[in-house]
Structures are given as C-alpha cells and as structure tokens.
Design a protein around this ligand. Sequence first.
Ligand code: 8YV
Length: 333
Amino acid sequence: MLSITSPVKVQSNQEKTVPRPDVLQVGPYPEWDQVPLDEAFVMHRYFEAADKAAFLAAVGPSVRGIATRGELGANAAMIAACPNLEVISVYGVGYDAVDLAACRERGIRVTNTPDVLTNDVADLGVAMMLTLSRGMIGAETWVRDGSWAAKGLYPLKRRVWGRRAGVLGLGRIGYEVAKRLAGFDMSIAYTNVTEKPYAAPGWAYVADPVELAARSDFLFVTLAASAATRHIAGAAVIDALGPEGMLINISRASNVDEGALLDALETGRLGSAALDVFEGEPNLNPRFLALSNVLLQPHHASGTIETRKAMGQLLRDNLSAHFAGRPLPTPVL
Ligand code: 8YV
C-alpha cells in the first residue's frame, strides 16, 4: 500500500524514521500550539497559501487530518480535495462549519473542544450584558474625553439585577449563563428542544422562542448552530423582545436573522444588541458600525489564555489519539 506519511529523520542511539501524519491547518494558532503541532505532525498551512485551490491540489492527497477552528470549519470542497482524510479536529465547541454529511459519507472522524471553554463563553455573555446595559463603553469615553468635567454626570442607564432573562438553548453554555444570572437575582426562563432536568428550580421552561422573548428583558442566544436553528431568533422573536429588550448572541451568527436584527435596531423596535458573532465575520455588515445601541465583540468569547491553551491541548490530544488508534477524547462523529 502507498505510504501517505512524510517521514522525518530523528537522531537517537540508532537512527530511525518516525512517520509524522500530514495535517492540513486551516487557520493560525498561538505559538504554544503551533510548536507542538509542528513537532507531532507535518502541518500544511492552508491559511498562508496565496492560491488556495493550487495548494489543496498539491497537498490534499497526503493529508490524513485537518486541524481547524470553530468558525472556519472544513467545507465540502476542502474535504473532497483530501481523498485520504481520516479525521477533522476542531478548535472550538461549534462544528457547524464542518460538512458533517461529507464526513459521514466517507467515515471521517470529527472532534471538537467542548467543556473547556464553557465558563469563559458564559462569562463574556454576562459581561456583554452588563457593559451594554450600564453604558460602560460610553462612560469610559466620558471620562477620557473630558465630558465628565465639561458636561457633568453621565446619562443614566438601565439596571440589570432583578430583571427578566431568557436563555435560548440551555446546553452547557446556556446553563452556565443562567447560573451566573441567578447571582444577579434575575428571573430566568429558557427555551430548549426539551425541558432540561438539570435546570435549577424556578427556571421556567418556555417551549416557544417568541414567548420566551416576550417575557425577557435580556435574551441570550446560546444554541449550538445547525440548519434547524438557522434564524431561530428572527423578526418575530426580535419584535417580541421589543424596544426595551436586549439580544445577546454568543453562539453563531446564523442563529439570528441579521437583516431583521439590523432593521429592528435601526428603527428602535429592538432596544439593543450585544454581539460576539457576525455573518461573514471578520467582515461585518457596515450598518452595525453606524448604530449606537450595539456592543460589538470580535468573536472572542473563548478568548482567554487559560481556555485557549486547554482548547489547543484537546485539539492535539484528539489528533494524537486518532493516529495512535486510541479512543478519541471528545468525538462528534
Ligand atoms: C472559536 C468557537 O473556535 O468554540 C467555538 O465554537 O467559535 C470559538 O471558540 C475560537 O474563536 C477560535 O477560533
């Protein structure tokens, strides 16, 4: 059988050849991940290639693994260009950007990095709510630009504690968001496909997202994205949240109808939105930049040193386990 690994020579007592599997790297990682990845695998840096199609055509046949990131995934064309692909390891909990149907068809394994990022993502969601509701970005500017001294007191903003929170998707991240909100004495309701046995007593299960939005001041979108959840927060949900409501999205842009969201924010039918994810990110719709009732974040909810180190470790552990024939630590497929 044709060998599809790139051998490297390793000096030891007696010279031996250690085959390192070829891995296609879709996007950059921090140095602390890149170094061990380069040691364990032959990394083919797709993101550095000027001509992506030519690069894939050249390296695709040797590729046995893909290392990608949550928002980058691996599409059908990329998977098709790698006829010997065995495993895709995602640096992120969301794997909606990986063509799972293509993977199923070819028996390609898929892994992600759940759990290790849950608390940081929840923290950022709650921080976004507080920052926007209390006007902290504007307040910082008020101090720095001399407005405090020149104009006096900063305009009053809206309270957070004790108000009504809705959590759209009570998975791991939604649960941690709700737990934190309980600490602000908020009344909590959630929507999920089914009622969750682990929901705390007092958290109301509301099956219909529109009804959830209607009884919420703050609506957190914390669903794992899929074709079924596309635009689940659409015009009806947004209108139900209303002119006093705030939408916070720390999941995927596709869960929200961005056109409907922008229309509602521009006309005041929705009070405000705090967003970590955008359609076509990192290039977002310029209409967002003209709005003062939004808080815009660069998809960094999992972006702490501690969590990103744990994600990188898990990404590598999944690849290593696969190539060593061990059980995958966190399989999706
Ligand atoms: C990204 C994410 O993977 O977990 C996810 O699904 O989208 C993020 O954690 C992260 O921004 C690294 O690219």
